[in-house]
Ligand binder design. Structure first.
Ligand SMILES: Cc1cc2nc3c(=O)[nH]c(=O)nc-3n(C[C@H](O)[C@H](O)[C@H](O)COP(=O)(O)OP(=O)(O)OC[C@H]3O[C@@H](n4cnc5c(N)ncnc54)[C@H](O)[C@@H]3O)c2cc1C
Length: 427
């Protein structure tokens, strides 16, 4: 066994001491790096919370401002710009004729127009979603001519054709204040799926713009379907969204792509927007789903989302036309509805001289009137525009939702009411 000299011994002790020191230094370094990282992430969390608080405060101020500056009845707006978008579709920028401030709105809300059309005795009421987020000086709506039902000889829609053919820059229109219960809550950061078909893109693009403006961090998927790029309204704006909002995953579906539409470049999927497509892309169904589009599209998507296990409370929708999505009764409930003894409630439409039995299949009095061919004017179908206000001659009604429009005693908003018993309406 080798004998250690005093020098060796000093060297060994030196190495041990230096080694110990190095270990201590490394531990100190790791510890201080760890606490710096911890402090950094605590600061980041604090900043995030502060940002959310600031955003919530700003939204509350906007909301109070919206209430303060909202107007009742109609207000005159000038068409500042009429912008051709794609086939039979125009955007309209509207500025207040009185040049006074205009209220902001929640992304997804709409304006109601009272249109005086040549040759019609009464003005007609039509609603159009705000297609941009709140701007201080103007509103924007985007309107597509409503074509006649396939194979029918009827003329295209009156209101939308009036906008496309007759309304011009400088014209003055009668407009009701922004309204509607279908909107994105910007105070939350809930992961969101926006789904739209055709003209249903208008509230969705407003929602996407609002998320960008709010510098939201939420995860957003945006599924949009149309026939092809020629039918894709606000196309350039839709495509630009992803560069402005890195958390947004855009999926454009063309059912009949044009010859210049390139898969992977102009659109991502050939076919329609379906829940099967979402299942193949989304990591789970834990999202809030916002839908807007043609009636059949909405019905199939809402049914398939329910089958996928998405709770009704996480599905939000706006129907643009007479086809309104009814939250389907659960199968067992459906059975009990049809087997339950049903007390007949007869609805009489006095002016038309018609009557019908209320059936659980009718969602509202407006549906019952439609079903037996009685014409009641309708706009928003949500109790906000007041177009369906009808006098009650006898009987009582029950309101299904809160309503924005006033309904004086003795009248009801047919689009959101059902009868309590036998009922006679002045329609
Ligand atoms: C909340 C809300 C938001 C909306 N947002 C938008 C939007 O952003 N952009 C947009 O473009 N639209 C939007 N709409 C739809 C819009 O309000 C109108 O419903 C749409 O423009 C059609 O109105 P119209 O007057 O052109 O058609 P209407 O004159 O009401 O006609 C409707 C349909 O009936 C057909 N028809 C005509 N005559 C007959 C007849 N004798 N018998 C049977 N059928 C007939 C027409 O061809 C047409 O297909 C929205 C609707 C709501 C409720």
């Amino acid at each position: 066994m080798p004998v250690l000299t005093p020098t060796d011994f000093t060297l060994i002790v030196g190495f041990v001491l230096v080694g110990g020191l190095l270990v201590q230094l490394t531990l100190l370094l790791v510890d201080s790096l760890r606490s710096a990282a911890h402090a950094r992430s605590a600061r980041a969390r604090e900043l995030e919370r502060l940002e959310l608080d600031i955003r919530a405060a700003r939204l509350r101020i906007q909301s109070a401002e919206q209430e303060r500056t909202a107007w009742s009845g109609v207000r005159k707006f000038t068409v500042a710009k009429k912008i051709p978008e794609c086939a039979d579709t125009y955007s309209f920028e509207l500025t207040p004729h009185d040049r006074r401030p205009i209220p902001g709105f929640k992304p997804g809300q709409y304006l109601t127009f009272q249109l005086t059309l040549p040759g019609l005795a009464k003005p007609i009421i039509r609603c159009y979603s705000l297609s941009d987020c709140s701007r201080p000086n103007h509103y924007r709506v985007t309107i597509k001519r409503c074509p006649p039902p396939a194979g029918s000889e009827h003329p295209p829609g009156k209101g939308s054709s009036f906008f496309c053919d007759s309304v011009a820059q400088g014209d003055i229109l009668d407009v009701k204040a922004p309204a509607g219960h279908f909107y994105l809550d910007l105070e939350k950061e809930t992961p969101t799926v926006l789904i739209s078909g055709g003209v249903g893109i208008t509230p969705m693009i407003a929602m996407a713009h609002a998320l960008i403006e709010a510098r939201s961090n939420r995860e957003v998927w945006f599924f949009f379907g149309s026939r092809n790029s020629e039918d894709h309204m606000l196309r350039a704006e839709t495509l630009a969204l992803t560069s402005k909002y890195p958390n947004l995953k855009l999926h454009i579906c063309y059912s009949r792509p044009g010859k210049n539409d390139r898969l992977g470049h102009d659109f991502q999927h050939e076919g329609r927007v379906t829940v099967d497509l979402m299942k193949s892309l989304l990591p789970s169904q834990n999202y809030h789903f916002y839908l807007c589009g043609p009636g059949a599209f909405m019905e199939s998507i809402t049914d398939d989302l329910r089958t996928w296990g998405v709770p009704d409370a996480a599905v939000h929708f706006e129907a643009f036309g007479p086809a309104s999505v009814k939250k389907a009764a659960k199968p067992d409930m459906k059975k009990s509805l049809t087997s339950a003894p049903f007390t007949a409630k007869v609805i009489t439409f006095a002016k038309s001289g018609l009557s019908t039995e209320w059936s659980p299949e009718h969602a509202t009095l407006l549906d019952a009137a439609d079903a037996c061919g009685v014409r009641i004017e309708a706009g928003c179908r949500a109790g906000n525009c007041g177009a369906c206000l009808v006098a009650i001659k006898s009987g009582e009604v029950e309101y299904l939702n809160e309503h924005g429009a006033d309904a004086e005693p003795g009248s009801c908003l047919a689009c959101i009411c059902k009868p309590k018993g036998a009922l006679t309406l002045d329609a």
